[in-house]
Design a protein around this ligand. Structure first.
Ligand code: THU
Length: 141
């Protein structure tokens, strides 16, 4: 992806972060998922008083997209950090979210962008974050 496309996707993730519902951790995450058609699905983390039903920002974005018929993706931008402070660390996706990416994305092509701001980010392929991942190909689907 080119620099402008990356920056635009980060901007969408930062905007989605504003909707984070995270009263228990105060850790706010936003994500923006780019489809191969060029549309963007955003997501935020959604916590729960019972804790375990909490959904990560990345999975919110994926489930919104898949529930609307999208299954081909290019990249996801993620921005997360404690509420009320500048983002000082990259919010790398958790293992469960990496596994959800593995279900729908080509590991050597799908790009995971983690951002502190529009200008400070890192890009990695899913295969770098989940080497030797188990996916649909293992079940010949
Ligand atoms: N969280 C995400 O949204 N994405 C991740 O990949 C890691 C963690 C959320 C879940 C929870 O609401 C908060 O961050 C603290 O774990």
């Amino acid at each position: 992806m080119n620099k402008t496309a990356i920056e635009d996707l980060i901007e969408r993730a930062l905007q989605a972060r504003d909707f984070s519902y995270s009263p228990y951790s105060d850790y706010r995450v936003g994500a923006a998922l780019l489809t191969q058609e060029g549309s963007v699905y955003t997501g935020c983390n959604i916590e729960n008083a019972a804790y375990t039903p909490t959904n990560c920002a990345e999975r919110t974005a994926f489930f919104k997209a898949v529930s609307e018929g999208k299954r081909a993706f290019c990249a996801i931008a993620i921005a997360g950090g404690p509420a009320g402070a500048p983002i000082e660390q990259y919010a790398w996706p958790c293992g469960v979210c990496r596994q959800v990416m593995m279900e729908f994305c080509e590991p050597d092509a799908f790009e995971v962008i983690v951002a502190k701001s529009k200008n400070e980010y890192q890009v990695k392929k899913l295969s770098e974050l989940l080497p030797n991942g188990f996916g649909p190909a293992n079940l010949s689907v």
